[in-house]
Design a protein around this ligand. Structure first.
Ligand SMILES: Cc1ncc(COP(=O)(O)O)c(C=O)c1O
Length: 490
C-alpha cells in the first residue's frame, strides 16, 4: 500500500518509514560533515523565501523523495547555520551528535510526561537527569527541579513561585483590585539583566514597571549598595518587594553579579533569589572555576540552559529550586480527568510545576548526551572554549588599534576598533564598528553579533559551539582586522 493511494489511511507504512528514515539520517550526517561549507548566514534578503513555496498546501500526496529533494534545495541552504563552527554570534546553541540522536528517539517514542502515568520513564528519567546535573554543578541536595523549553519560561516559573512565596495568593485571587498589595509589587535585577525577566513580569501581571533595574559598576556587575537602597525606598513608599534576580553571565558582556552579597540582601529582606546562569552555568561543572558562582547555592532558584553551552539541541532549560512546593503552589490545578486513582503514592506529576500540561521528553537527549560525553568530556570541551576566548582576548589586548570593552570571565569577548592616531568621534566609531561587523558577516565564514556597552557599539564574539576550534576564531580575528583596514577606503 502506498501513501499516494487515496484508499490508504493511517500512517506512513513501516517499510517506507524505514527507507525514508535512512535517507534522512544520510542527509543529517552529510549536513554535519559539510556544515562549514555553507555561509553561516545565508546571503538572502527578508521576504525572498516565502514566494518560493506554493501559496497553499498540496491537495494530493507527494512522495517523500520529492519532499527531501526540496529540503535540500530550499530549507537547508536558507538556514542560519547555528551548527557552523564559525557561528560566534549571540550565545551558541549547537546540537551535538548524541543530543540529535536523543531528539530522534524522543520523536519516535512520542512521550508526554505531564503526569507520571502518561510517561513513567519520561517522569523518572527527568528526575535522574536533573539530579545528575545538580551534582555536576556542585549544588546541594536540597535542589530539585525540572526541564523546560527555555530560560525565559524557567524564569517565568521561578518568578511565579516567588510571587506565591510572598503569600499574596495570586494563583487564586489574581492581582486586580487588591488594595492590600499596597503601591505595587517590585522585583530587582541589574540594568544588564536579560529581557526575559521583564517579559516574565509582563506575562505574570506584574508589569514591566514592577522591575527595578539596579545600576552596575564599570565591570557591568550589579551594585549591592544600590540594591539595598532601592528595596528600602520601595518599602518606605508602601511597595511590596518580591524577588531579586542576579545574573552569572549577563547577555551583553557576561558580567557576574556579586551573588554572595546579593544573597545576604535577599536573606535579610526575606526575598526570593533567582539566579540566571542560562549561558554561564555549565562552567560550574569545572570545580577550579567555581569562584564566580560562590553563593549561588543560597538561591531559591537557578536557571541553566543545556541548549546553550551544554551542546543540547534546542530546547532544554534546567530550572533548579530548593522550593518545589512553591512552584506547585503557583501552578498546580488537577482536574478530575488528570487524577491518578489507582496508586497509593502516585509518582511526580510534572505538569503541576509549570503553566503547560503537555511536556516534551527532554530528559532522554540529556541522558544520552551525558553518557556519551561523560562529565569529563564536557569539562574538556568547556575548558577548550575558555582557553580560546582567553587567547582571543589577549590578541585584542595586544593590538593598539583595538579595544576590549569588558572583562572576559567566560568565553565571550566584547571589543571595538579604535585606531590610534585617528581622531574619530563617538558616532563615527560606532558606525565604523557596525560596518566592520557587517563586512565580516557578509563574508560568510564567521558570524558575529553586537551589543552596546556604556553607550558604545561593541562587537561581540561568543564561543560555545561544539564545533568551534581556535582556527575559526583566528580566522574571525583576521577578517575583523582586514575589514578595519579597509574601512573608509573609497
Ligand atoms: C542571561 C540570559 N538569560 C536568559 C536568556 C533567555 O534564554 P532562552 O532563549 O532560553 O529563553 C538568555 C538568552 O540568551 C540569556 O543570555
Amino acid at each position: 500500500m502506498r501513501t499516494d493511494d487515496p484508499a490508504h489511511l493511517g500512517d506512513m507504512p513501516p517499510a517506507e518509514f524505514r527507507s525514508a528514515a535512512h535517507a534522512v539520517v544520510d542527509l543529517m550526517a552529510d549536513y554535519l560533515e559539510n556544515v562549514a561549507s555553507f555561509p553561516v548566514f545565508p546571503p538572502i534578503e527578508p521576504g525572498s523565501l516565502r514566494p518560493r513555496f506554493p501559496s497553499s498546501a498540496p491537495e494530493t500526496a507527494e512522495p517523500i523523495a520529492a519532499i527531501l529533494a526540496d529540503y535540500s534545495a530550499l530549507i537547508e541552504p536558507n538556514a542560519t547555520h547555528w551548527q557552523h563552527p564559525g557561528f560566534l554570534a549571540y550565545f551558541a546553541t549547537s546540537a551535538s551528535g548524541p543530543g540529535i540522536l536523543g531528539e530522534m528517539l524522543t520523536a519516535v517514542l512520542g512521550q508526554n510526561p505531564m503526569v507520571w502515568r502518561t510517561s513513567p520513564i519520561g517522569t523518572e528519567l527527568e528526575q535522574v537527569v536533573v539530579d545528575w546535573l545538580r551534582q555536576a554543578l556542585g549544588l546541594p541536595v536540597e535542589f530539585d527541579g525540572l526541564l523546560t523549553d527555555t530560560a525565559s519560561i524557567s524564569t517565568l516559573i521561578a518568578l511565579a513561585a516567588a510571587r506565591e512565596a510572598a503569600g499574596i495568593d495570586a494563583a487564586a485571587k489574581g492581582l486586580a483590585a487588591r488594595p492590600e498589595l499596597g503601591a505595587g509589587l517590585r522585583l530587582y535585577a541589574s540594568t544588564e539583566a536579560h529581557s526575559s525577566i521583564d517579559k516574565a513580569c509582563m506575562t505574570l501581571g506584574l508589569g514591566r514597571e514592577s522591575v527595578v533595574h539596579i545600576p552596575t559598576n564599570a565591570r557591568f556587575e550589579l551594585e549591592p549598595a544600590h540594591l539595598g537602597a532601592a528595596i528600602a525606598a520601595d518599602r518606605a513608599a508602601g511597595r511590596l518587594p518580591l524577588a531579586i534576580v542576579a545574573t552569572i553571565g549577563t547577555t551583553s558582556s557576561t558580567s557576574v553579579d556579586p551573588i554572595a552579597a546579593i544573597a545576604d540582601i535577599a536573606e535579610r529582606e526575606g526575598l526570593w533569589l533567582h539566579v540566571d546562569a542560562a549561558y554561564a552555568g555549565p562552567v560550574a561543572m569545572l570545580p577550579a572555576r567555581r569562584a564566580p558562582f560562590a553563593g549561588w547555592e543560597r538561591a531559591d532558584s537557578i536557571v541553566i540552559n543545556p541548549h546553550k553551552w551544554l551542546f543540547t539541541p534546542l530546547d532544554a532549560s534546567l530550572l533548579l529550586t530548593r522550593r518545589m512546593g512553591q512552584l506547585r503552589a503557583a501552578f498546580s490545578l488537577v482536574p478530575e480527568y488528570l487524577r491518578t486513582l489507582d496508586r497509593e503514592t502516585p509518582g511526580r506529576d510534572y505538569n503541576e510545576y509549570s503553566p503547560q500540561l503537555g511536556r516534551r521528553f527532554r530528559a532522554l537527549k540529556l541522558w544520552i548526551q551525558l553518557r556519551w560525553f561523560g562529565l569529563e568530556g564536557i569539562r574538556a570541551r568547556l575548558e577548550a572554549h575558555l582557553a580560546i576566548a582567553e587567547a582571543f582576548a589577549s590578541w585584542v589586548d595586544a593590538d593598539p588599534d583595538w579595544e576590549r570593552l569588558a572583562p572576559v570571565p567566560f568565553s565571550t569577548v566584547c571589543l571595538r576598533w579604535r585606531p590610534v592616531g585617528r581622531d574619530l568621534d563617538a558616532a563615527t566609531l560606532d558606525a565604523a564598528n557596525a560596518a566592520i561587523m557587517d563586512t565580516v558577516n557578509r563574508n560568510g565564514e564567521v558570524f558575529l553579533s553586537h551589543t552596546r556597552l556604556s553607550g558604545v557599539f561593541a562587537i561581540r564574539l561568543a564561543i560555545g559551539n561544539i564545533r568551534t576550534e581556535q582556527r575559526h576564531v583566528e580566522r574571525a580575528w583576521a577578517l575583523l582586522r582586514e575589514a578595519a583596514a579597509e574601512w573608509g577606503v573609497p
